[in-house]
Design a protein around this ligand. Structure first.
Ligand SMILES: N[C@@H](CCC(=O)N[C@@H](CS)C(=O)NCC(=O)O)C(=O)O
Length: 219
């Protein structure tokens, strides 16, 4: 398996998954800042010109972070981060990573995509909605406020007692975007701030901060 890795919250998610879950993959870094993802050979692999992408040994190309992580989860021995061993646990984890993606991450990323930095970086390669910035931020802040209330029962992780895909994905986005989206972590939401510090302290979180070097990797 070959994982195309790079900067950005989506590659950060799959990279962190590889490290946390102990997956074995080959890594191929792509430099988004040099727009390597918009040129051949990468666009022959992923014509959507997005990262990450996972290439299976039979040549199948998988994109979309949750699909990539689900595949890696299934083919790696050990405890599933999607709760695959138990239907109830699986449903609860799914419920949470979907809530986090739809109610916090998507609007927060759309907010950032309304910035001048994003406009300069995307140079016409994505439909940006700068006029929607206030609305996107309000949507994401609403999602964050709700999560703050949810975490106020002092659970250790988002779904309860165990670290899961919900923690992993939310952390990867917050950590990668903490300078670009400084309001993700706010002293007015102490439970989210404390959760972030707990996840940041995990050895895998530290190992996955930078894109991985080219070559074989065992998490
Ligand atoms: N829905 C995709 C999103 C992938 C995505 O947008 N990746 C960003 C990096 S975080 C990217 O490739 N950006 C480069 C660009 O759009 O030019 C997924 O789940 O993997």
């Amino acid at each position: 398996m070959l994982l195309y890795d790079s900067y950005g919250p989506n590659p950060h998610t799959t990279r962190l998954f590889v490290v946390e879950r102990g997956c074995e993959v080959n890594i191929q870094p792509i430099d988004i800042e040099k727009y390597e993802h918009r040129r051949k050979p990468y666009i022959d692999i992923n014509p959507r010109a997005e990262l990450p992408a996972l290439i299976l040994d039979d040549g199948t190309v998988i994109t979309e972070i949750t699909a990539i992580c689900q595949y890696l989860d299934k083919v790696t021995p050990g405890k599933s981060l999607f709760g695959d061993e138990d239907p109830k646990e699986r449903a609860i984890i799914h419920m949470w990573y979907r809530r986090i993606y739809l109610n916090i991450l998507m609007p927060a990323i759309e907010w950032w995509r309304g910035s001048t930095d994003a406009e300069n970086s995307y140079t016409g390669n994505r439909i940006l909605i700068p006029e929607g910035q206030r609305g996107f931020r309000a949507m994401a802040e609403k999602g964050l406020n709700q999560l703050e209330l949810d975490l106020a029962d002092e659970r250790e992780f988002i779904t309860g007692d165990s670290y899961s895909m919900a923690d992993l994905m939310f952390f990867a986005f917050v950590n990668e975007m903490k300078l670009a989206i400084p309001w993700f972590i706010n002293p007015g939401r102490p439970y989210i701030a404390a959760w972030y510090e707990r996840i940041l302290a995990r050895p895998a979180s530290q190992k996955a901060i930078q894109p991985l070097p080219a070559g074989s990797y065992k998490g």
